[in-house]
Design a protein around this ligand. Structure first.
Ligand code: BGC
Length: 738
């Protein structure tokens, strides 16, 4: 191994340019590129902020759409395809996936994130990472951590307690790091509890490396480094893009004046060397990619993420979907989005697609016998347009069914800013109301990244398909689902609220004066809606199929802290379909407030009519535990747990209460522990009773009044039998006792 000078070491820990790491003697440069759902390799000569003019690459469904598939096998397949494209374009590390939790529906970047639920996020992201890395290309799981908004994202401090971090915002990172071993992790821009994520030693070293065993490179988000030396010490190895002449100078000077131990720099250098070795020499070869096959995969994936929110009608034959092609069928396709599709979000994840399916063309091709007509109905960015709406309504009047493509214009959501409402544009709502007035059944197909309200208009339409931002083949996927060529495979990865104001983070988003308080704690998304018993438009996990599913035969075997849960799901309808069987766990008796039910497992099963499958889940102690800030660790309290299996967080078909018999975890008792805490402790209680003798400890009424006094304070009260000597006897003097 070549010996490097301090200058060369410092150079290696900074990029060479926007997308390349630096080459130093013995260590080659590698190319990194966004992003989560497609590559964004800028050829030399691209713009200098790294946004425009990238090489064509397959634009797969965005994370919001992929998450709705609840299908890790699919995520792995997409990952492998991304890996192949990355290798073919000479990319060593793909900058994704983004695993931040959707704390608020307003976050402008929600399209790039998976879910409001950490388990779903972690499982899908790990599969994506495994897929990409299976092709010899690295990943960068981002943005670590608590980057849940775009407002003031480079400065804002996410004020979040440790339990909430451990239970909500860190588990997806933890799952990916421990299961899929990503080559790199990207730090967030924001501060976490007052410290920049880029120089957060607890996050970047204590948790990430010491606890989770991460052995790769921590890279900065682009421009996230505020203090290069502090970042290096905290565990940030690579700064991107390089603040040349400043950051390298700061490192060299700090080593020279002794304020930075060179061993810290060496550690980062070793990690960089290893990363470059792992990536190996690039072998760009665009011919190595089967672009058609990737487009087909993108189409299958997009269909797998389409969620059928509503399909009115008691019996299948009464329902408007799927559409049955016939010469007598007249379909009016309405909406500018049918010919100007929205299929991805803006910002660093924006892909230059290899092809683009236009929904109108795809729907027309999928219904060759039917009579098709089209009217744009609204302008994407404009106010209501009477003439456009009149034309669409006239068309609708002469049709058997209206397929209305609605959604958000590109300008409404992006990296860089948050939304301020979750409604569809007024022009579209006005049009939809008039279409519904015609009495012709309306099917709404939605395209957008962050959640939109459906409640104000949904009862007036016959069916709603939630398509998210489905990538370059989203148009074909929509046609597949509309016609029933593909069963709608998606289930909601986030709650659709009735109103923005109902969302648990509402009063604390996006913060003020540089701070955002995560006041809802662990009650994010459905955890909060359920705990508050608030109605929602569509619950987390919801999604219909063109067939029906029955649940039966719940079994729960308890072996210590290991649970094996089984349930049988049966296709009770007349068509093949896919169901997502979801397992939720609740801990109704707990010393801390917990969400009524939390997703702990899921399985996607494809079933032919009449077919049944038994799905089995295994749960361990961690799945039943909460993070105790007081005890600094995961705690499993004995008692009853509710195990529920169903089709959504609010459609739990099978439930069972089981008892988990473990010793009650003991809290260390000190002079600061209350009388109640002492008496409740299986060892401390009897010891105190013996030491204090009879007297007030037998007076139940008095105990209720003074039970919350710390023992040390009671020792100052005369005549109650608890004295300084009692404390000393119990070992609860100044330093406490066990
Ligand atoms: C984004 C990252 C992205 C990076 C490089 C940043 O602005 O937050 O997600 O990977 O730019 O494009």
């Amino acid at each position: 191994m070549q010996t490097l000078s301090v200058e060369q070491k410092a150079a290696l820990c900074l990029g060479a340019d926007f997308w390349h790491t630096a080459a130093v003697p013995g260590v080659a440069s590698i190319l990194v590129s966004d992003g989560p759902h497609g590559l964004r390799v800028q050829p030399a000569g691209g713009d200098h902020v790294g946004l425009g003019g990238s090489l064509p690459a397959t634009c797969f469904p965005t994370a919001a759409a992929l998450a709705s598939s609840w299908d890790p096998a699919l995520a792995r397949e997409i990952g492998a395809a991304l890996g192949v494209e990355a290798r073919a374009q000479g990319v060593g590390v793909v900058l994704g996936p983004g695993v931040n939790i959707k704390r608020s529906p307003l976050c402008g970047r929600n399209f790039e994130y998976f879910s409001e639920d950490p388990h779903l996020t972690g499982v899908l992201a790990a599969a994506l990472v495994e897929g990409i890395q299976s092709r010899g290309v690295g990943t960068s799981v981002k943005h670590f951590a608590a980057n849940n908004q775009e407002t003031d994202r480079l400065r804002v401090s996410a004020e979040v307690d440790e339990r909430t971090l451990r239970e909500i915002y860190l588990p997806a990172f933890e799952h990916v790091v421990t299961r899929a071993r990503p080559w790199t992790v990207m730090c967030a821009y924001n501060k976490v509890n007052g410290v920049y994520a880029s120089q957060h030693g607890w996050l970047l070293t204590t948790v990430l490396r010491d606890e989770w065993g991460f052995d790769g490179v921590v890279v900065s988000d682009w421009g996230a480094v505020a203090d290069r030396v502090a970042a290096l010490v905290a565990g940030l190895d690579l700064e991107m893009p390089p603040n040349r002449g400043v950051s390298d100078r700061a490192i060299v000077d700090a080593v020279a004046d002794g304020s930075l131990d060179e061993a810290v720099l060496d550690r980062a250098v070793d990690r960089m060397r290893r990363l470059v070795e792992r990536a190996g020499p690039p072998s760009p070869d665009p011919a190595a990619v089967d672009w058609d096959a990737h487009h087909a995969l993108a189409r299958r994936a997009a269909a797998d993420g389409i969620v059928l929110l509503r399909n009115e009608g008691h019996d299948p034959e009464d329902r408007v979907l799927p559409l049955h092609d016939s010469p007598s069928l007249r379909v009016a396709v309405v909406g500018e989005l049918a010919r100007t599709p929205r299929y991805q979000g803006a910002g660093s994840s924006q892909v230059n697609p290899t092809r683009l399916d236009v929904p109108l063309e795809e729907i027309t091709a999928a219904l060759p016998l039917a009579t098709m007509s089209f009217a744009p109905g609204y302008a994407l960015d404009g106010p209501p347009d009477r003439l456009l709406a009149d034309e669409a309504v006239a068309l609708a009047t002469g049709a058997d069914v209206v397929v209305a493509l609605l959604g958000l214009p590109a300008a409404a959501e992006s990296e860089g800013f948050d939304r301020d409402h979750i409604d569809l544009p007024t022009a579209q709502l006005t049009l939809l109301s008039r279409l519904a007035d015609t009495g012709v059944p309306v099917v709404v197909a939605l395209a957008h990244g962050g959640v939109v309200r459906t409640d104000p208009w949904e009862h007036r339409v016959a069916a709603v398909l939630e398509c998210w931002l489905g990538g370059q083949a989203g148009g074909g996927a929509l046609a597949d689902v509309l016609t029933g060529a593909v069963d709608p495979g998606g289930r909601l990865a986030e709650t659709v609220p009735l109103r923005l104001a109902d969302t648990p983070s509402h009063l604390n988003f996006p913060g003020e004066e540089g701070r955002v308080r995560y006041g809802e704690g662990v009650f994010v998304g459905y955890r909060g809606f359920d705990a508050l018993d608030r109605p929602v438009a569509h619950p987390f996990g919801h999604g219909l199929s063109y067939t029906g599913f029955g649940y039966s035969g719940l079994t729960v075997d308890v072996d210590g802290t290991d649970l094996t849960v089984g349930a049988t799901v049966t296709n009770t309808g007349a068509r093949a379909g896919r169901e997502v069987v979801q397992l939720y766990v609740g801990d109704p008796e707990c010393s801390v407030a917990r969400p009524p039910a939390e997703l702990r497992g899921f399985a996607k099963v494809a079933l032919d009519p009449g077919e049944s499958r038994t799905v089995t889940f295994t749960l361990g102690a961690r799945d039943l535990s909460f993070w105790s800030t007081a005890r600094g660790g995961w705690v499993l309290e004995p008692g009853e747990f509710e195990i529920a299996v169903g089709a959504s967080s609010r459609d739990l078909r099978l439930c069972r209460t089981v008892t988990v018999d473990v010793p009650l975890p003991r809290v260390p008792l000190t002079a600061d522990s209350t009388l109640q805490e002492w008496l409740a402790d299986p060892v401390g209680g009897p010891a105190l009773r013996a030491a204090a003798g009879p007297g007030i400890l037998q007076d139940e009424e008095l105990l209720r009044v003074i039970g919350n006094f710390p023992l040390g304070r009671l020792a100052a009260f005369p005549g109650i039998g608890i004295t300084r000597e009692t404390l000393t006897h119990l070992g609860a003097g100044e330093r406490g006792a066990g």
